[in-house]
Design a protein around this ligand. Structure first.
Ligand code: DAH
Length: 359
């Protein structure tokens, strides 16, 4: 090789480096081009020095060094250029982003209608000095029946067929067992309410479900009478519906109260005209109640000669249906939001707002 051939080769190397840099789409591409076009080719050029005539070697060496420097600069500039391009692209994108545009709208969660009425009832009753208590959904025969004056042979058990468990316990058919537990735990005088889930072996239709919610109320003191019962029931419904609701009182039979009543309210679904929910009667049984039976007081370790009391079992699920105009009970246990939260009915109230109001 002679010096002009060497110079031509080095010139080509520079040209190729320039081309590679202009085509490179990433820093990695530039770095690998740098390795490919500097290391070996320069080493080869240096090795070729030996083949040149002595007087040309000095000039050739200088040219090689200059090329090496030039390649280094070219690649460094290529990398810097790429970085600048990326920053410019970022800035262009940032300019296109409008922070004043509204964000994507996500549906807000709301409380279940039954929870809303439950909390409402708790609020009203707490205001009247009732303590909110709970109780197990899996109950003993004693608490669910026996202590409520429903012995094993009593025909009232037929109305409350339920799911029996292998251990002899059962899924509670009502919240009334909480009465017994509260009396035994706290004694008299006593004011408690117990909301919760109940179960029955029911044929399901528009107004019957195998799983539903009730709230039990119990007030025991000296000289408690039916007038206390009616006053509290009226106030409760008025507060929940935020207006006077039409009610009627009929005699009703429940083994754990004497006398016992059925408190009906005018059907809010049809306005009292008659529909599937109220079985065409215009009235909905919503508040069975009565004066606590002396036997039940005794089971609760309370002396019926000293204390009297009233009790009620409010159907929370039915109340929610009335309040929110849900015509079919099955909707409330389903996950279908079109039925549970019909447009506007829940007024968009969120869990956060509700919890906040409760705190
Ligand atoms: N436990 C009854 C039921 O589920 C409802 C009931 C009636 C509760 C009268 C009461 C009451 O406390 O006094 O059918």
């Amino acid at each position: 090789m002679d010096i002009s051939a060497l110079k031509a080769k080095l010139g080509e190397l520079e040209a190729e480096a320039t081309r590679a840099i202009s085509e490179a789409k990433s820093a990695d591409a530039i770095r690998s081009a740098e390795t490919r076009l500097t290391k070996e080719p320069i080493a080869e050029a240096l090795a070729a020095l030996k083949t040149l005539p002595g007087e040309q070697r000095g000039e050739a060496g200088k040219t090689i060094n200059a090329t090496k420097e030039r390649l280094k600069e070219l690649f460094a500039a290529g990398l810097a250029g790429l970085r600048e391009k990326a920053v410019a692209a970022d800035q262009a994108q940032a300019g296109a982003f409008d922070p004043t545009l509204p964000g994507p709208v996500t549906a807000r969660g709301a409380l279940h209608p039954v929870t809303i009425v439950q909390w409402e009832v708790e609020r009203v009753l707490s205001g009247l000095g009732f303590t909110v208590v709970g109780g197990p959904e899996m109950e003993t025969d004693f608490h669910n029946f026996e202590a409520l004056n429903i012995p094993a042979t009593h025909p009232a058990r037929d109305m409350m067929d339920t799911f029996w468990l292998d251990n002899g316990w059962l899924l509670r058919t009502h919240t009334s067992p909480c009465q017994v537990r509260a009396m035994r735990q706290f004694g008299a005088p006593l004011r408690v309410c117990a909301p919760g889930r109940c179960f029955r072996y029911e044929t399901i239709d528009a107004s019957h479900e195998n799983t539903f919610f009730q709230v039990e109320g119990l007030m025991i003191d000296r000289n408690i009478s039916i007038s206390h019962l009616i006053a509290v029931m009226r106030m409760l419904l008025r507060e929940v519906f935020q207006r006077d609701v039409k009610v009627r009182l009929r005699p009703g039979f429940f083994p754990f109260v004497e006398p016992g009543f059925e408190l009906d309210m005018s059907c809010e679904i049809c306005g009292g005209k008659g529909c599937a929910t109220c079985k065409q009667s215009g009235w909905v049984e919503i508040l069975p109640c009565g004066m606590v039976h002396p036997n039940v007081l005794r089971f609760g370790n309370i002396d019926p000669r000293e204390f009297t009391g009233f009790a009620f079992g409010l159907g929370l699920t039915r109340l929610a249906m009335m309040k929110f105009g849900v015509g079919d009970i099955r909707v409330l246990n389903s996950g279908d939001l079109r039925g549970i939260a019909p447009a506007g009915r829940l007024a968009g109230e969120t869990i956060v707002e509700r919890v906040g109001a409760r705190a």
